[in-house]
Design a protein around this ligand. Structure first.
Ligand SMILES: [Zn+2]
Length: 511
């Protein structure tokens, strides 16, 4: 990169990063640090917050609401229209359902791109983690509405920030019906030859999708005591089983990158101890959950588009935004640090220090706890985006996990949760008369997945979890989640004022 008066800020930032943590000799500890606000980057102290002047359209966004994908697209195009000197907006590919995957490129377009450092911000690879998409969009909005500010202007003269707020728009939109992690590759879960032939549908009109259990009116309902019967649906495919072919693929896009795909053999790997919930190789790793890893490396169009984009757009650092926990993770996801490889260790140490500073800044801005860790110690996986980015291109890559729901009343920053109150889980009983009269179903024509009908004295219990009642509501104070994520990203950007270890490299096979 060409440097412009950056040394002051750089040295300040690095000093904080370097003194923030001493790496334990020989090994990384499990989850490395929690909750503390240390490690924050001084260089961003002068950043502006809300912009002084902004159009009515862009001022009117409610960052505490759930934005539909169409609303996100409207914000992206308004930003591109109103800040042409600092933006390019283009489609980088399409999802299975033909939704556009957008990149908003944010930089001072008058300065040639090869004189600037590329930075990637990618939200919502997991459809249900919609707060991450909002935080990515907010970051883009903040950069542009503050583009006349001195601090922001300097960043835009020196960096190109590529923002793709939603990698998985189909999963994002489906999450307005029910929280949905996978993409929407057409999938035939019940094997009747028609993909998505029995999608989940709100048949009792309460606005949410219930999990259905068989039982009696006199039962004290609980998910462990009652037997599962199906999912809320009018039985669109008329096979008697409710909701057995939903609009979801079962594929976890963040296990499908073309790097170490299918690398481990779960049957023979000595680290697998047979316990599905094992932290060593668990439920959520590479090949479990049925077809979570997809059909092959980059089998999904959303990920193929992202990989092609990374080939064509050099980046020194990127972040992929998620929810479910509150932390900053860095490579590797698939293995421990190779202590015998000094070049690799130097890079991983750099990312570890930066991750610590990013988590510290996130905590300082949000007032909520977060931790930082090598991703492998959080739980092992393969073919994740950050391993792909670092392994293939030498990009410094970070997962920022921006939201863990609940935890209200604990009021402890070490708790690493958002501290919000969630709706109470709901149970409603429908007798066989109710099933006929209120739900419009023939109780004699429906069975569980094994083909077992209701007994004479049984009805259906509808269970709606807290999460399923959040499909149309954003978490309270989502705006400070957005700001914390912005600040964490600023720390990441500041850490790239000076390239460590050569930065972005094309793989040797790619000329
Ligand atoms: Zn995720």
């Amino acid at each position: 990169m060409r440097k412009r008066n950056l040394w002051k800020i750089l040295s300040l930032c690095l000093a904080v990063v370097i003194t923030a943590g001493i790496i334990p000799a020989g090994a990384y500890t499990n989850v490395e640090g929690a909750g503390a606000a240390h490690g924050a980057c001084e260089a961003i102290a002068d950043r502006p917050d809300d912009p002084a002047r902004v159009s009515e359209e862009l001022a009117g966004i409610d960052w505490n609401s759930r934005l539909t994908y169409a609303e996100i697209e409207d914000v992206l195009s308004a930003l591109a229209d109103q800040y042409p000197a600092y933006t390019k907006l283009y489609e980088i590919g399409r999802s299975w359902q033909e939704r556009s995957l957008w990149c908003l490129e944010i930089t001072n377009e008058r300065i040639p791109n090869d004189q600037k450092v590329g930075i990637g911000v990618f939200g919502n690879i997991h459809g249900g983690e919609r707060e991450s998409g909002t935080a990515a969009l907010y970051t883009a909005w903040w950069f542009l509405t503050n583009s006349s500010d001195k601090y922001v202007k300097d960043l835009l003269d020196n960096f190109i920030i590529y923002v793709n707020p939603v990698i998985n728009p189909d999963g994002y939109e489906q999450s307005f019906v029910i929280n949905n992690r996978p993409n929407l590759r057409p999938t035939d879960a019940n094997g009747n030859g028609i993909p998505f032939s029995d999608p989940y549908t709100d048949i009792d009109g309460d606005g949410y999708i219930a999990t259905i259990y068989r039982g009696k009116a006199s039962d004290t309902p609980s998910t462990s005591a009652l037997a599962r019967f199906g999912m809320e649906s009018p039985d669109w495919d008329r096979n008697g089983i409710l909701g057995d072919d939903p609009r979801s693929s079962g594929i976890d896009l963040n296990r499908t990158f073309d790097y170490e795909w299918g690398y481990y053999n779960i049957e023979t790997d000595p680290k697998y101890n047979g316990d599905e919930n094992s932290k060593i190789i668990g439920n959520n790793s590479w090949s479990s959950n049925g077809g979570a890893r997809g059909l092959g490396p980059a089998s999904e169009p959303e990920i193929k588009a992202l990989q092609d984009f990374m080939y064509a757009h050099p980046m020194n650092a990127l972040t992929t935004l998620h929810t479910g926990i509150q932390c900053v993770l860095f490579p590797w996801c698939s293995r421990e640090v190779d202590e015998s490889n000094p070049a690799e260790k130097e890079q991983l140490d750099f990312m570890r220090k930066t991750a610590e500073a990013m988590a510290g800044q996130w905590t300082e801005t949000t007032g909520r706890g977060s931790y930082f860790s090598n991703s492998y110690y959080d739980y092992p996986t393969t073919s994740e985006m950050i391993d792909y980015a670092f392994g293939r291109f030498n990009i410094h890559a970070y997962t920022i996990e921006v939201y863990q729901a609940g935890g209200a009343g604990k009021e402890d920053v070490e708790d690493c949760s958002w501290g919000n109150t969630l709706p109470e889980a709901k149970w409603v009983f429908y007798s066989q008369d109710d099933i006929r009269n209120k739900l419009g179903l023939d109780p004699a024509a429906i069975t569980d997945a094994e083909g077992k009908p209701l007994a004479e004295d049984e009805g259906l219990w509808f269970y709606t979890s807290s999460t399923n009642q959040m499909v149309d509501k954003a978490p309270e104070d989502q705006i400070s989640m957005c700001k914390g994520t912005r600040d964490s990203i600023l720390v990441m950007i500041e850490s790239e004022r000076e390239t460590v270890g050569g930065g972005y490299k094309l793989p040797t096979y790619k000329k």
